[in-house]
Design a binder for this molecule. Structure first.
Ligand code: MD5
Ligand code: FE
Length: 203
């Protein structure tokens, strides 16, 4: 079933539940080539999540800023390709959210362990805000914070479970959002961790 978060944003409860365990193991394959690492913000802080990417472009952050890069700064190589199963899921979910023919060129992988969080922000490093972002949650549940158009708007909270998918587009594309500090949990595949995949059209 699906739950409207706001115009342009829909939470598809359990949309990927049937494939979630397979998507988890495919994610591990990607991470064997492009390992998770902590990134530094332009302000000089370390992010509490661990990050990697696949696709033509990967999201990176360092003292110079946030941006997309065609190469993994750790290896100097191109990021691994987005697996076909990921592309299919992103396309199907976007269509269910009202965005036909979505073809992401970037997949950001964020791993949260207990206490890791993401403070309120907007995703604005992508070139085309007309394309949606599709988000897949795997592993232990997280509390997602949906903040609305202004940073000062009081965030609404949504619990995201293994196999849940959210499609963010239209007026929701530039909304403020974040993730509350991950609570202790235990998941058969991920242990105490949560992994979020976000499919984006970055270039
Ligand atoms: C997460 N990750 O659950 C989220 C899922 C990130 C990030 O925020 O930047 O890695 S993506 C949620 C998202 C994307 C674009 C717009 C909106 C939410 N929104 O309008 O709330 O780890
Ligand atoms: Fe974000």
């Amino acid at each position: 079933c699906s739950e409207a978060i706001c115009p342009g944003a829909v939470l598809l409860h359990g949309f990927a539940r049937a494939q979630a365990d397979a998507l988890w193991s495919i994610t591990q394959t990607v991470l064997a080539t492009a390992p998770l690492r902590q990134m530094q913000t332009p302000g000089g802080h370390w992010m509490s999540v661990q990050t990697s990417s696949c696709g033509t472009a990967g999201w990176v952050s360092d003292e110079l800023g946030y941006r997309y890069s065609t190469h993994d700064p750790l290896s100097g190589q191109r990021w691994p390709a987005i697996p076909a199963e990921f592309l299919q899921l992103a396309r199907d979910a976007a269509a269910a959210g009202g965005f036909a023919d979505f073809v992401p060129d970037a997949c950001l992988i964020n791993r949260y362990t207990p206490g890791a969080r993401m403070s309120l922000h907007q995703d604005r490093n992508e070139r085309d805000f007309g394309a949606p972002i599709v988000s897949l949650s795997l592993g232990v549940p997280a509390i997602f914070l949906f903040g609305g158009q202004q940073r000062s708007d009081k965030p609404r909270r949504y619990r995201l479970l293994h196999g849940d998918v959210v499609v963010w587009g239209g007026p929701a594309r530039l909304a403020f959002h974040g993730v509350a500090p991950l609570a202790l949990g235990d998941h058969p595949l991920s242990g105490d961790a949560r992994i979020n995949l976000t499919f984006r059209k970055a270039l």
